[in-house]
Design a protein around this ligand. Structure first.
Ligand code: CA
Length: 218
């Protein structure tokens, strides 16, 4: 899995946490595979009670909901989720194709309704559309204020020389060794040695971990 510069796992753009509530193993597995291929993280639940517990412990971005479940039906799950204030998209995926079932689903707050058997591509397209819509209407997160750690602090904190501070800042900008050499007027090998020394002093094993150490919350 790729990682962000700060080392946190990076999910592909548009990736979401999706709760799949489905008691038929063959459907659950097919859904999990299909969604995982798109980079989504899938939580599975085979019973209504389990679905509600999972939604509480790991709030999903979207719910795919079967109506026929062994304990309570999907309508109960949907009603409970909405009553608790869950505002994410819910897509009902059911073998019930009667208009009355669909109307009941929408009345309880479903965002889409797909009838089994379903086409994987259509389902993925519908899920993407629901996620896009949900993201557009969600309030933007407040930007995290960060400031650059000053040179003196870097020297004191990591024992860097002035030259190494300059190298670290260029590495944080994403410079390769060749670019370091060019920017600092060094040979490639000298630049590479500096980069290695900087990483050793910062105790990081890859270049993308340098930038986060040069910034801190404002
Ligand atoms: Ca079922």
């Amino acid at each position: 899995m790729a990682t962000m510069p700060d080392g946190t796992p990076h999910e592909s753009p548009g990736a979401a946490r999706i709760l799949v509530v489905e008691d038929t193993p063959a459907y659950a597995e097919a859904l999990e595979r299909t969604l995982a291929l798109e980079g989504h993280r899938v939580l599975l639940a085979g019973r209504a009670a389990e679905a509600l517990a999972r939604a509480r412990s790991e709030p999903p971005d979207l719910v795919v909901l079967d109506l026929g479940l062994p304990d309570r039906d999907g309508y109960h799950v949907l009603g409970e989720l909405r009553a608790r204030g869950f505002e994410g998209p819910v897509l009902i995926l059911s073998a019930r194709s009667l208009e009355a079932d669909k109307v009941e689903g929408f009345r309880l707050g479903a965002d889409d309704y797909v009838t089994k058997p379903f086409g994987a591509l259509e389902l993925l397209a519908r899920i993407s559309a629901l996620l896009r819509r949900a993201r557009r209407s969600a309030p933007a997160p407040a930007p995290l204020a960060v400031r650059v750690v000053d040179d003196a602090t870097l020297r004191a904190r990591y024992g860097l020389t002035d030259r190494q501070v300059a190298v670290a800042r260029l590495m944080a900008e994403g410079c390769t060794n060749a670019e370091l050499a060019e920017r600092l007027g060094l040979s490639f090998y000298t630049a590479r040695n500096h980069a290695e020394q900087v990483m050793a002093k910062l105790r990081v094993s890859n270049r993308s971990s340098v930038a986060p150490l040069l910034h801190e919350p404002a």
